[in-house]
Design a protein around this ligand. Structure first.
Ligand code: SF4
Ligand code: SF4
Length: 247
């Protein structure tokens, strides 16, 4: 069974809608859920005011005021039901709002049975506001922590990128240096080999010259020897002839 919400009975509500103009009515979470159930989205009818959730106005009247009547009357917010009873934060008491069109005709005492409900409702609104503001603050802190972390990580990742790039550069230069060193080694080796070759060629040349000289000496020796042998043969021939003639 649906328990009817407590409310102030205003006998002028059929002809007066003063309280729906430039409204600053704040809503409880329960009010918001009830209106959402009608198919309205929060951004269509609510705006935040200092942590409280208040009804939006359009053309200087509540968004739900249509043809001078409340279009969600059965589901209207609890604050609208209590109005013109409001909580005075200065006196910390329930009063009739001076802004009500007929505030001077209402006898506050008649509505005393509603005072506790109004007070509980107002405290509930304040509690919800506190929870909302704490959540918002927590969200802001989370965002700040996240941003600070990112700010901190950003230079670190930049530094690590730089180190990576420097490392790659050093490796590249080292590779190049090794190649250059290798090239130099090859060049030096080639030079050494060439010089070695030159020395060997010179030695061969020297050897050839020596051999040539030896050959010339050998030829001369052979020639002299041949001539010696020839003259001995001639001598022997002469002697043989002489011996034959003597015989
Ligand atoms: S919700 Fe209805 S009763 Fe409340 S201010 Fe808007 S139009 Fe008026
Ligand atoms: S302004 Fe006062 S008199 Fe007029 S409808 Fe609202 S509560 Fe009633």
């Amino acid at each position: 069974m649906k328990i009817p919400l407590p409310e102030f009975y205003c006998p002028y509500s059929k002809e007066c809608y003063q309280c729906c103009l430039d409204t600053e009515m704040t809503l409880s979470e329960e009010d918001i859920s009830r209106i959402e159930m009608l198919g309205y989205k929060i951004e269509e009818f609510l705006e935040e005011k200092d942590g409280f959730m208040a009804l939006q106005n359009t053309d200087n009247h509540c968004i739900f005021l249509k043809n001078k009547m409340c279009s969600i009357y059965e589901n209207r917010p609890q604050g609208c039901r209590f109005y013109p009873l409001i909580y005075d934060f200065n006196t910390e008491d329930i009063v009739i709002d001076n802004l009500c069109e007929h505030h001077d005709v209402f006898d506050l005492e008649i509505y005393r049975p509603l005072f506790d409900s109004v007070q509980v409702f107002v405290y509930n609104l304040m509690g919800e506001r506190e929870t909302r503001m704490r959540k918002t603050m927590e969200e802001e802190i989370k965002v700040e922590v996240k941003e600070s972390k990112e700010d901190l990580e950003d230079p670190l990742s930049k530094e690590s990128e730089k180190i990576k790039r420097d490392k790659e550069k050093i490796e590249r230069l080292m590779g190049q240096a090794i190649l250059e060193t290798q090239d130099e080694s090859v060049e030096k080796l080639e030079e050494a080999l060439k010089s070695e070759m030159r020395e060997i060629e010179e030695e061969i040349e020297e050897l050839e010259k020596g051999m040539q000289a030896d050959l010339v000496s050998a030829e001369e020796y052979i020639k002299i020897t041949e001539e010696g042998i020839k003259s001995e043969i001639e001598e022997l021939e002469k002697r043989r002839k002489n011996v034959e003639e003597e015989d």
